[in-house]
Write a protein that binds this ligand. Sequence first.
Ligand code: ADP
Ligand code: MG
Length: 331
Amino acid sequence: EAAINRIAAGEVVERPASAIKELVENALDAGANRIEIAYADGGKTLMRVTDDGCGIPPDQLPLALARHATSKIDGSDLLNIHSFGFRGEALPSLGAVARLTITSRAPGHEAGEIAVSGGQVGAVRPAALTSGTIVTLRDLFYATPARLKFMRSDRAEAQAITDIVKRLAMAAPFVGFTLRDVSGGGEGRVTFRAEAETGDLLDALYGRLAHILGTEFAGNALRLAATRDGLTLTGYAALPTYSRGAAIAQYLFVNGRPVRDRMLHGALRAAYQDVLARDRHPAAALFIDCDPTLVDVNVHPAKSEVRFRDPGVARGLIVSGLRHALAEAGH
Ligand code: ADP
Ligand code: MG
């Protein structure tokens, strides 16, 4: 069991940022309105995610650390996935390769705490917490020294943490986020903050994107709304005035989850080909929503890849949605 968890950890957790992603997704699944994330030394020595979500009753704490125990779906529902988590794999995996502590309080229950270190799960103890959950992860990969070597500099890992937190913040504009570097101890230094947006979803999204991608993006952004064969596209795209490389500011979310798909870059290029110089790249945050059976998010345990049942439809939706918006804007 411990060995299986360590192997699974290699797939779920590649680096500190992937641990942060799992913990923040859990906080979002728990219905948090505010999420505070702290890290030290690029996340290598400490990561902590604090949320004001539904909490975990003390008697459920051991279950949260059990492999393939998820409160989010029953086994029959693997194709019908709406929450971020569904594998029940993240916490056991993290507990196998790091020192993990969960402190939590669910309404109507006492607060409790459980710790696991290198796969050894301790007993549930009473704790002091008014509500929500704090997950603390120390010494990532201390139990798997071979993986320690693959971590990059503190600076590079901190950058990766910031990137993933920003992506998740784009996916959840109604949630407030604070990211702190606490390497020096104490309160640390706030490296990213986003206040909870209000209004309808598209307005909230616009506000969040303007905050994260900047006023240049916001000022040029075209609002997208298109549907094709059961797939809905919403979001914003902009003609940037910079040309800093292909990877910049192109974000895709499928059913609310940040994903990577090589299709996106090509689709954006194709849509903008007549209005964009060769060395320029459009910026975009695109949200595709569809019936969960039309997309497979189960491709990889880290869940950042998707496979559309019909990739051509997704690409066509993006290209035609963008061309339509460009035409409306007079391009
Ligand atoms: P999954 O998210 O796939 O269900 P995880 O291993 O990430 O699996 O989490 C296991 C379980 O622990 C979740 O199903 C949930 O019940 C509980 N849990 C984890 N994090 C939180 C949190 N921040 N707030 C409330 N419950 C949580
Ligand atoms: Mg999870």
